[in-house]
Design a protein around this ligand. Structure first.
Ligand SMILES: [Zn+2]
Ligand SMILES: [Zn+2]
Length: 1011
């Protein structure tokens, strides 16, 4: 006997029981250990930060991370999955700063680095309980007990080892470059972090400034314009950079127009006249860009008048110039002047732009840096002491006052913001530590060729482009809570030294400052000093820490404390490196996917992962981004609480291809529950119900498949196994899930529907046993196919269908092998014939609906038009099914719609038409009436809560015609309703459930009572 199954099911409750069972039977661990001697399958967990609650996007990546290893285990692989936690970096520091009410780094230093880092340490696992609970609840199987933690000393030490390897290869350097800088966090960011924070439609000022040329420098053709002020017009969206302007850039081959504006001359590119509304201005001359090169102009803000020091970029070095220097800035020719925006004359501030800085180096330009690391204007400029964006209008105002503002507008454009704190980034020239990834660009690109990306377009698109345009990785952060950069510098001779491990550090001459217990974080590591081998000076660590993306990118080695732990030395031979599989959302192409790839290429000249599923984002029901401020965030626990984890999983697996965005809402999940999970459940409970009534024993020998329907569903099943296996082998769980969905639809809406009668009939003949055997086979195999996707529901079905009849069987579906297709059972011809039969039936039902004739009313004939002879042969074999579905007496094939009888209704779909003969003879009408009566009696049985197998006595009263029809069809009615007697008249003892009906114009009173 199987456990009785209710047709009404609460999936969530069921799942809670399954969770308890897994815990009790230690199923996850056993599923892994069972395969210990087999080939390893490695998935790397991209470490989340547990200092915030997990959201639905985390559920998305976690279920996709889960499905593949579960499948691989059932395929026989040894697949331990180790969890991990990202515990360092800006995200953590920022949360602590918020909690403490800090506004800047000064607040942190006042508070104390040791105390601040202690708070960071405490905060990283603030929500770890929520993470663990959700991870368990959604059935994501991952070893959290042995998870790697990036703040552990062992992890940091491996990180140091990585830095040292790169250092020894000459891939680490300190450079003075323009880098994106977050003024709030007070640190540089890497280009991949910048890529995470672009915001469209950012409003900024758009100002046009007149730069006055020194009259003396107007020579040759330009000497004609000495009679009035002569200005070059330049455009900027960052007025705060204007005090740092030290050059104007033009394109030497472009044409520039000289406009007479009345009181002055104005110059801009001829190609930009119209765009700036100046096409009608009085043009008095036209010159080549090369004629403008070398023109000297007056500083907008002479730095010496604003208490600002000035340097000059000489051979790439900054050399301070005396405050007595007379500053002349001049026009230079560069190749970055665009004719698509602005004026064709580009304001150049070497301290604040990458190309500006390059020009500065090339032409030895002056270098003025008048903004501090918090983004505040220094010196005595307008807006001094204020944040740059606040200073923008004040600087503009000052220039307007001096008659140097030509026009001032606002624009909307795309601008980068800090990915963590949302502050607009500023581009600053400053010292940072870099990893010379560009030295390995070719290896990064060729390594990518061997990685399988799902979806494939990421490989040469988003990721490939990123590698093509690779820039060196600015990996230092002027922060506190992170892996300290293991570089020590001599306080006397400035020589530097990189440390690759703890023992190496402790072995240094004059080593001191070690704190016990060991903590490799700041400020303790900053106290460690040793002696310079060059000059015996004191070696002190540089104060920067490392980007947290470096930490997570180092996880392939750092999670095993490579190379310090002896066992870690085996990772290259035992299958732990590279990973077979990783999976995260698409934003990680420039985050973790990149940092993993960069570090393993630099270290080992090979990729660290072979297959990647790159997931699209999650949107709300309307397709909009979820955000706290919009209030449209859907909490995973709410939906799981209502519909269960499997429903959420199934929705996420089937809603859209892995790489596409998917909408998410409670409603969408509830639809999935209804359409797929409840359908499967109904088939399952149908089977259990009848199998228990018939005491069906699946352990008995296999019954020969006697029915075409059984042959068909077993063919579909094996075809499905083949397809799902191939989809999962090519990392496409979405295609696999959708294939299962289609199969379950066939199973429910065709196989079971067509087979119902076979289960109902009382005799246990070969046909019935064949049906049981086929349906049993389908359900068991489907539960195994589904196990990686819906681990809970699969377990439920498997345990009842297998474990309750076979005590020898593995006690969990997750300990079984994935089904293997029996190709000999696949009959493609039968499959296409059956699909055509389903299609004909569905069109035929539409024809009935069009004619307004119920399906229960038998009709004489249906006609099929437009099938090929080969299709006709297939359909003829299945004619019984179609005849029954369409409730007709005969099925005919005609070659032309014109050959159809007059009184017919036709529906056409593509080349296929199906027609029904609408003629209703008295005989057919009577039969229709009987069908109605039977249908009502079945309804009464249900209302009276009779068991399916209960025999009943049926009572009736009817008009003369109906009574005659009932008596003619007595056998049929009794058989269909399990009635032992048909009794005319009602007993008045109140034991009968009865109802009065008007059916096809006849009054019929019906009643039922248990026999
Ligand atoms: Zn920031
Ligand atoms: Zn020294």
């Amino acid at each position: 006997m199987f456990q009785p199954v209710s047709s009404r099911v609460n999936f969530g409750e069921l799942e809670e029981k399954t969770l308890a069972l897994w815990a009790e039977k230690d199923v996850f661990k056993r599923s892994v250990e069972n395969r210990k001697n087999n080939r390893r399958f490695t998935m790397y967990e991209g470490p989340p930060t547990a200092n915030g609650k997990p959201g639905i996007h985390h559920v998305l990546s976690r279920v996709f991370k889960d499905v593949i290893p579960r499948y691989k285990v059932m395929k026989g692989f040894y697949a331990p999955r180790i969890g991990g936690w990202d515990t360092h970096g800006l995200p953590v520091e920022l949360e602590v700063e918020k909690a403490l009410g800090f506004k800047s780094k000064t607040d942190i230093e006042r508070y104390g680095i040791a105390e601040f880092n202690q708070k960071c340490r405490e905060s990283v696992f603030k929500y770890v309980q929520d993470w663990n609970a959700l991870t368990e609840r959604i059935g994501y199987w991952v070893d959290l007990d042995n998870a790697y933690v990036t703040m552990n000393n062992s992890y940091i030490e491996s990180g140091w080892w990585v830095v040292k390897q790169l250092w020894d290869k000459g891939l680490i350097y300190q450079g003075h470059k323009v880098t994106p800088h977050c003024p709030r966090c007070g640190t540089s960011l890497s280009s991949h972090e910048v890529a995470l924070g672009y915001e469209e439609h950012t409003e900024d000022p758009s100002v046009y400034i007149k730069f006055r040329i020194s009259p003396n420098s107007l020579q040759g053709t330009l000497s004609a314009f000495k009679n009035k002020p002569f200005s070059l017009l330049a455009w900027t969206t960052t007025p705060w950079t204007l005090p740092a302007n030290t050059a104007l850039a033009i394109c030497d081959s472009a044409e520039y127009a000289v406009l007479d504006m009345g009181e002055e001359y104005l110059v801009l590119a001829a190609a930009r006249l119209e765009a700036n509304g100046l096409q009608a201005a009085h043009e008095v001359g036209r010159v080549k860009g090369s004629d403008l090169v070398g023109l000297k102009y007056l500083p907008l803000f002479n730095p010496f008048e604003y208490e600002m020091s000035v340097a000059r970029l000489e051979n790439g070095e900054l050399v301070v110039v005396p405050a007595t220097t007379s500053l002349d800035y001049h026009v230079i020719a560069t190749d970055y002047v665009s004719m698509d925006d602005g004026t064709g004359i580009v304001h150049t501030a070497p301290a604040y732009g990458e190309v500006d800085y390059e020009s500065g180096k090339k032409y030895g330009l002056y270098f003025i840096h008048h903004v501090d690391l918090q983004g505040k204007i220094t010196g005595t400029y307008p807006g001094a002491g204020k944040f740059v964006k606040t200073a923008d209008p004040l600087i503009t105002q000052e220039l307007k006052h001096r008659g140097l503002l030509f026009k001032s507008e606002t624009i909307h454009h795309t601008y980068p913001f800090c990915w963590r704190c949302g502050t607009p980034l500023l581009y600053f020239a400053k010292q940072s530590w870099y990893i010379r990834t560009t030295a390995c660009r070719e290896a990064l690109i060729s390594g990518n060729e061997s990685i399988n990306w799902y979806p494939e377009h990421i490989k040469h698109g988003r990721f490939g482009d990123w590698l093509q345009n690779n820039v060196d990785w600015a990996f230092s952060r002027e922060r506190y809570w992170g892996t300290p950069i293991p570089v020590w510098r001599c306080q006397t001779c400035q020589s530097t030294d990189c440390i690759g491990g703890l023992a190496e550090l402790q072995g240094k001459p004059g080593f001191s400052g070690f704190k016990d217990p060991l903590d490799l974080h700041r400020p303790y590591v900053d106290d460690i000093t040793y002696e310079c081998t060059q000059c015996h000076g004191e070696m002190k660590r540089v104060t920067d820490v490392i980007d947290c993306w470096f930490d997570s990118g180092a996880m392939p080695v750092a999670q095993y404390h490579y190379p310090f732990d002896p066992d870690s030395l085996n990772i290259f031979t035992d299958g732990r490196f590279p990973a077979d599989y990783i999976c995260e959302a698409v934003d990680q192409t420039r985050g973790w996917f990149y940092s993993l790839h960069a570090l393993s290429t630099l270290l080992f000249n090979r990729p660290s992962y072979e297959n990647v599923i790159c997931l699209g984002h999650i949107l709300d029901e309307k397709g909009e981004k979820m955000s706290k401020s919009k209030g449209n965030v859907v909490l995973p626990e709410t939906v799981i609480g209502k519909y269960g984890a499997d429903a959420v999983r199934w929705y996420l697996f089937t809603a859209s291809p892995a790489g596409n965005a998917r909408r998410f809402s409670e409603k969408l999940v509830s639809e999935v529950t209804r359409s797929f999970m409840s359908t499967l459940w109904n088939v399952y409970s149908f089977f259990i119900l009848y199998a228990n009534i018939d005491k069906y024993q699946p352990s008995m020998e296999k019954y020969p498949t006697v029915s075409e329907l059984d042959r068909w569903i077993l063919s579909e099943l094996n075809q499905l196994i083949k397809e799902v296996t191939s989809d999962l082998d090519s990392y496409d769980p979405v295609a696999a899930a959708r294939a299962i969905e289609i199969f379950v639809d066939y199973l429910s809406n065709w196989y079971v529907r067509r087979s119902r009668r076979r289960f109902w009939k009382s005799e246990s003949d070969a046909d019935k046993l064949s049906a049981y055997s086929a349906l049993y086979e389908c359900l068991v195999k489907v539960s195994k196919l589904l196990a990686p996707f819906l681990p809970f529901l699969a377990e439920e079905i498997y345990r009842n269908m297998i474990c309750s009849v076979d005590p020898q069987a593995p006690d969990s579906v997750h300990l079984t092998d994935y089904p293997v297709a029996d190709e000999s059972l696949i009959d493609n011809e039968l499959s296409s014939a059956m699909r055509l039969a389903m299609k004909v039936s569905s069109i035929g039902r539409a024809a009935r609906a069009q004619a307004g004739i119920k399906v229960r009313q038998p009709l004489a004939e249906a006609f099929i038009v437009g099938v090929a002879p080969s299709e006709q042969a297939g359909l003829e074999k299945l004619a019984d099914s179609v005849i029954d579905e369409l409730n007709v007496k005969r099925l005919s094939f005609v070659s032309n719609v014109a050959d159809l009888p007059e009184n017919s209704a036709t529906v056409t779909e593509g080349t296929l038409s199906v027609a029904i003969d609408k003629t209703l003879t008295q005989e057919l009408a009577d039969e229709g009436l009987v069908r109605e009566i039977t249908h009502r009696l079945q309804g009464l049985r249900r209302n009276a809560n009779f068991e399916i197998a209960d025999s009943i006595i049926t009572y009736f009263e009817a008009d003369e015609h109906a009574e005659r029809v009932i008596s003619i069809w007595q056998d049929y009615i009794q058989r269909e309703t399990l009635s032992t007697n048909l009794v005319k008249g009602f007993p008045d003892d109140g034991t009968v459930t009865s109802e009065s009906y008007k059916l096809e114009g006849h009054i019929v009173n019906l009643g039922v009572k248990k026999a």
